[in-house]
Design a protein around this ligand. Structure first.
Ligand code: SAH
Length: 213
């Protein structure tokens, strides 16, 4: 089933060998409740509780390609969710720091990643708008929730030469909201360059933390 899903993603334009290898290696069904195992290898987003979703496989593959992950990269992810995207990054040899604002989801993802022995993923409970300055600077930053704007703190925490991939809210003419995927590169003079990708639909990036109650 995983092989078939990856074939579909390749038909949709995913082509980086290292991304394809990671998609084939990480068992996406571990990030689902047992009752929903059959959904794990469909190219769809799926509810994970707390009104949140595990991103669609195509979205994960697309963002990972844009991030140009290299083994040894220190990567910050905003929006741990199920932990699947973090597992993909760790599988590619990245040192991952991932932040989640929902305590329940944070704890669950941490457990799943431990079970699968992804030792190079550090799960942090907090507000991703602030990033994780204690471990900065990062080679790469990936935001996996719809950002209302580009958070200045995250730009600060990106190293010179670093890349950030972030979906930013944009209003369509009909009034619908969707996100423009942006790839932001920081050059030696701290100047930023922007490349646009496809349009996507993410759950919103929200301020503050949500504890269990
Ligand atoms: N990357 C995830 C999917 C992300 S869904 C995966 O692979 O499963 C987006 C997640 O971002 C949700 O879990 C949501 O709670 C979280 N989120 C939203 N705003 C946030 C913020 N400010 N800081 C940290 N996490 C946030």
């Amino acid at each position: 089933m995983r092989r078939r899903l990856v074939d579909d993603l390749m038909d949709m334009g995913i082509s980086q060998t290292k991304v394809i290898k990671a998609l084939l290696a990480v068992p996406r069904h571990f990030f689902f409740e047992t009752a929903f195992l059959e959904q794990a290898y469909q190219n769809k987003a799926f509810p994970i509780g707390e009104k949140q979703t595990i991103s669609q496989p195509f979205t994960v593959a697309y963002q990972t390609e844009m991030l140009d992950v290299r083994a040894g990269d220190k990567v910050l992810e905003i929006g741990t969710g199920s932990g699947y995207q973090a597992a993909i990054l760790a599988n590619m040899g990245a040192h991952v720091f991932t932040i989640e604002r929902h305590k329940k989801l944070h704890l669950k993802a941490k457990k799943t990643l431990q079970l699968l022995r992804y030792q190079d993923v550090n799960c942090l409970f907090g507000d991703g708008f602030k990033g994780a300055p204690a471990f900065a600077p990062y080679d790469k930053i990936i935001v996996t929730a719809a950002a209302p704007y580009i958070p200045e703190e995250l730009i600060h925490q990106l190293r010179v030469g670093g890349i950030m991939v972030i979906p930013v809210d944009e209003q369509t003419e009909s009034g619908d909201k969707h996100q423009q995927m942006l790839r932001i590169t920081k050059d030696a003079t701290d100047k930023l360059s922007y490349e646009k990708g496809h349009l996507f639909s993410f759950v919103p990036m929200l301020k503050g933390k949500k504890d269990i109650r």
